[in-house]
Design a protein around this ligand. Sequence first.
Ligand code: NAD
Length: 378
Amino acid sequence: MIVGVPRERGAHELRVAIDPKSVLVLQKLGLEVLVEENAGLLAGFSDDDYRAAGADIVSETGDFLERSQLILGVWPIPMLLEHSRSLRAGQVAIGFLDPLNEPKECAQLAESGLSLIGMELIPRITRAQGMDALSSMATIAGYKAVLIAAVQSPRLFPMLMTAAGTIAPARVFVIGAGVAGLQAIATAKRLGAIVEAYDVRPTAREQVESVGGKFVQLDLDADGTEDAQGYAKQLGEEFYRRQRELMAEVVARSNIVITTAAIPGKQAPLLVTTEMLETMPAGSVIIDLAAARGGNCEASVADETVVVDEVTVMGPTNLPATVPQHASEMYARNLTNLVGLAVKKDVEGFDFSDEVIAESLVTHQGDVVHPVVRSLLG
Ligand code: NAD
């Protein structure tokens, strides 16, 4: 089987789905690898690096798509739509598809007979951890959010005792201690800040403490905040109003607030109001990692920096792309682990039967097959 790695089309997308090291992994599965010209350039991988790993470089996109039976991308939908005439039934494409927000685009591609597998739909089960790209990318986002905050802040992070006086450490508050939040806590801690964190899931306390954060205990009823999969549930405006009220004093004493609170498939809850910003020290920084889903901070605007009452509020929506080399390596590992479930050396074709593949399948044999995506099409 021939696998194709396209050049990403997104304006700010610097990642590539497969790095040269992962070419070797795919070859061990019996796959022949085609890479679109300059696909890895922005992530630090040259065409020669891919050639040295045994891949073929293809310059013409139509030719590349016609030859590839399996397409591995980061955000493959725009290029697939642009070149849909080169697609044929039986091809498989894997990548982030954003199928809950872009169901129509998926339905359009289904018509060509292409099978689409969404990386955001991989079940969060133990045996699929090695394929969990949401987690690997959230890890990078949490790390980078703290670095951006540190650069933006007019203050240092660590406590310093110098001949020029003692510098007090920065106070960082992380709201939402999932994958991104925990990495943010660990990173801020490594930079020497005093780190506090809160999450509605009671199980998060132990995880916050294990990476060096202090869990903020709020007088809120934690019963029923977590669903059977371990995710936070949507909790209603009265709960969030009380949460904002109780968190206000923690926000007011923080120099940096990193918000990551999310509910799968829903708008992010509003947790930091513009009024709360007025109480923060001048020069404080908020990084809202939920900005793509409406934001946890009232003032945040996706992919923009705004300043309100001397507080800088940033809403970056694709931080993994700003660390393209490692993000590509981690994503490629997730992809090759997934491909390994469906492709076996010396066995013909792509096997869709594994539960991880079956649950992540959006389109197959001309139809939209994922029940949630289907329901969105009406
Ligand atoms: P996410 O991105 O959906 O949400 C981020 C965090 O926001 C979550 O921890 C959530 O509890 C929190 N949150 C939601 N509402 C909040 C509020 N009002 N106030 C404060 N925090 C709020 O979640 P995620 O980071 O993708 O993962 C969350 C959970 O899934 C964690 O328990 C994680 O350990 C688990 N997980 C399991 C696996 C696995 O078993 N394979 C893999 C990844 C994640």
